[in-house]
Design a protein around this ligand. Structure first.
Ligand code: C5P
Length: 407
């Protein structure tokens, strides 16, 4: 018998209060049809839009609504339920639910589960367009997205309130497609990957340091993409204001020297190394113990070259598949290709940097080179770009391994 695409996948479907809740009946039916096990958790408000009985009949298991339901807790406690889930999808996700999720409330069963689970979390917002566009909701959604929550939708169109605009829950078949996509790319299972991200800080004196404009977003997005594909991920990160994705090992460092040490300590046994960090090329030769006073008209800082982490990794006796980044303001292709050769890399991802490009922005475009090939990845949010780049890395990594194993 053919295995269904979601066979035995454990999906926790949270339903919150909104008119789109009626679509959950169809949603559950589609999930079940594809073989998923669906556990439904409803909020009090959701019960006003669709009855637990309807969803229970379709899901084939009791619907959970109450954190204080002794009988249900006895069968499967809320912590067990949080562990049981492989993916939590909240659809529809109301404005109120998103607000509660953002601040980490645990005031009903669903928010408690979202806080207690280590599973991936996706939400399909549905609300009136003005509520969706309200700065409070925008802010909540931004924070959740940064925290790694998948925001699916909303779609544009006619709303139950008669208005037209963004706020409709994505259609059940689209949600099913996204859930399928979530479980599909498991091709990095068993692969160990180490990624560096963010800037470094090179101390000048007790109050000053040299740094750069790297936000760390690309490296963090790559870590998330690798984790989603089933890899075992170690992230060595300079100082950034991002929350590390759950389920990965994150080591934080300050200086280039610390980043070098943290990478070299962990590099043995890694299959892939991605140097996405903007490592300082120079560091002050001396760290002044006391704050430098402004006594003279000019001051000279003497800087020394830092160790090139990427080149050191690529030069190891048995190097991992090594991927570098090249951020350039000009001559992108030439500089990237010469770096690929000089540092003996397996791949390099180059991007233009400058005003509104590369650093500190959410979008990016990459030009990827490897010995004998290249591919352009057009401008897209860093999360999407990271998935594409990770796919490219896996293609090349698999090809290199098969050549080495057959040779
Ligand atoms: O030569 P350049 O610094 O432009 O090369 C950029 C690439 O080298 C990036 O992948 C960056 O992470 C890496 N790098 C490094 N250690 C350094 C400098 C750069 O790993 N000290």
């Amino acid at each position: 018998m053919e295995t269904k695409e979601l066979q035995n996948r454990r999906l926790l479907l949270g339903v919150t209060g909104g008119i789109a809740a009626y679509k959950c009946a169809e949603l559950v039916r589609l999930f079940r049809q594809r073989g998923a096990e669906v556990q439904i958790v409803m909020t009090e408000a959701a019960k006003r839009f669709i009855t637990p009985l309807t969803l229970q009949a379709l899901a084939g298991r009791p619907v959970r609504c109450d954190l204080w339901d002794i009988q249900a807790e006895e069968a499967m406690g809320h912590i067990e339920l949080a562990r049981w889930a492989e993916l939590v999808l909240v659809a529809p996700a109301s404005a109120d639910f998103l607000a509660r999720l953002r601040i980490g409330r645990a005031d009903d069963l669903l928010t408690t589960l979202c806080l207690a689970t280590e599973a991936r979390l996706a939400v399909a917002p549905a609300m009136n367009r003005v509520m969706w566009q309200h700065p409070a909701t925008r802010d909540n959604v931004d924070v959740l997205r940064q925290r790694g929550v998948e925001i699916w939708g909303p779609a544009e169109g006619e709303q139950a309130c008669g208005e037209i605009g963004p706020g409709r829950m994505l259609a059940p078949d689209e949600l099913v497609r996204r859930v399928g996509e979530f479980w599909l790319p498991r091709r990095m299972k068993g692969v160990k990957i180490l990624i560096t991200a963010g800037p470094t800080r090179e101390v000048i004196d007790p109050v000053r340091y040299l740094t750069n404009r790297s936000s760390g977003k690309m490296g963090y997005a790559l870590a998330q993409a690798a984790r989603d594909a089933g890899a075992q991920v170690t992230l060595v990160s300079g100082p950034v204001s991002l929350v590390p994705p759950a389920g990965i090992e994150c080591v934080t460092v300050q200086s280039a020297r610390e980043m070098f040490a943290a990478v070299m300590e962990r590099i043995a046994g890694q299959d892939i190394f991605v140097g996405a960090a903007a490592v300082a090329d120079y560091t002050p030769l001396r760290i002044e113990k006391k704050k430098i006073k402004k006594n003279s008209r000019t001051v000279t800082l003497e800087l020394a070259r830092t160790v090139d982490i990427l080149a050191t990794v690529a030069a190891l006796d048995t190097p991992p598949f090594t991927v570098g980044f090249a951020a350039e303001t000009d001559g992108l292709k030439g500089y990237a290709q010469s770096k690929l050769e000089r540092k003996k890399l397996d791949m390099i991802a180059a991007n233009h940097v400058g005003p509104g490009l590369g650093f500190e922005v959410d979008d990016n475009a990459l030009w990827v080179f490897w010995p004998g090939g290249e591919r352009r990845l057009s401008r897209a949010p860093k999360q999407i770009l990271a998935r594409k780049l990770m796919t490219l890395i896996m293609d090349r990594y698999a090809e290199k391994n098969s050549i080495e194993n057959s040779g």
